[in-house]
Design a binder for this molecule. Structure first.
Ligand SMILES: NC(=O)c1ccc[n+]([C@@H]2O[C@H](COP(=O)([O-])OP(=O)(O)OC[C@H]3O[C@@H](n4cnc5c(N)ncnc54)[C@H](OP(=O)(O)O)[C@@H]3O)[C@@H](O)[C@H]2O)c1
Length: 255
């Protein structure tokens, strides 16, 4: 892979986005890492080296989103990883209305606006990864807005895959299951360790799928694939997602 390829990763300051940024830099991409935490981004780019950059942006604000859209217009990338996301746990009416709005703004609106900016400038060979979740297939009590936002991400990805494949542009809806990131640890209480992937395992799976460029939906690992399959086949009334008993209410708990 030639060293002039460029990638922009949102939510790169920690977790899955951080693992993507490191893996892509190893693969020869020049990475632009986007998030709000300047010190974490600075540390990451310091580790990656001089060809890599960071951009501080709160993607729930018009100004932050505009900053990244302008960047994608000025310096088009070969790969956009639309990874930044958030979740608020708890019964719908006991979370704050602002929590739902923030989730939709980040997980749906920012993803869509950045996908539009990327696809407008993308060249054949380019790729877009939208990070969804296996919960896209399992509307989940106590994570209602989050699981709905991930269904949006998956559906958007499939439609864009069809629209852009003849341009030679690959769109992937990446649907991770439980992944061991700092912010998600609490929501994985009770999940057997064997079912939790590391961000590095997840990203390795995504990178393979990125090379193959075959399917619009990529579910990493056999346990997650089985979960997604069962969730898709069973009627909604019979399947209420993995959190049907729900974690303790933790309003505003970012995942
Ligand atoms: N971990 C899991 O089990 C799991 C499972 C399925 C899907 N996913 C999805 O995978 C993606 C990453 O998850 P993760 O567990 O790695 O999450 P994470 O550890 O909480 O990281 C989220 C990233 O998004 C950034 N971010 C949050 N709010 C932002 C905002 N308003 N503007 C810009 N950046 C923002 C955070 O950086 P700053 O705070 O510095 O802004 C951070 O870099 C998410 O879309 C998540 O829904 C995760």
């Amino acid at each position: 892979m030639s060293s002039h390829r460029r990638a922009l990763v949102t939510g790169a300051s920690t977790g899955i986005g951080h693992a993507f940024a490191r893996r892509l830099a190893q693969a020869g991409y020049r990475v632009t890492a986007v998030a709000r935490s300047e010190h974490r981004l600075r540390d990451l780019v310091g580790e990656l080296g001089p060809d890599h950059h960071f951009l501080i942006a709160d993607l729930t604000t018009e100004q932050g989103l505009r900053r990244v859209v302008d960047h994608l217009a000025d310096q088009p990338v070969d790969l956009l990883v639309n990874n930044a996301g958030t979740a608020y746990h708890g019964p719908f009416t006991r979370t704050l209305p602002g929590d739902a709005a923030t989730t939709i703004r980040l997980n749906c609106e920012a993803m869509t606006v950045l996908a539009h900016a990327f696809l407008t400038h993308a060249e054949p060979g380019g790729a877009l990864i939208n990070v969804s979740s296996t919960l896209a297939f399992a509307p989940t009590p106590d994570l209602a807005v989050y699981s709905a936002s991930k269904a949006f991400a998956a559906a958007l990805s499939v439609a864009l895959w069809h629209e852009h494949k003849d341009r030679g542009i690959y769109v992937m809806g990446l649907c991770p299951g439980p992944t061991a990131t700092e912010s998600a640890a609490e929501s994985h209480t009770g999940v057997p360790k064997a079912l939790i992937q590391t961000p590095e395992e997840l990203v390795a799976h995504a990178m393979k799928a990125l090379t193959r460029r075959k399917r619009p939906i990529v579910v990493p690992g056999s346990a997650n694939t089985l979960f997604a399959l069962v969730a898709r086949v069973l009627p909604h009334s019979a399947f209420a997602g993995p959190n049907s008993k729900g974690p303790a209410l933790t309003p505003s708990a970012n995942r």
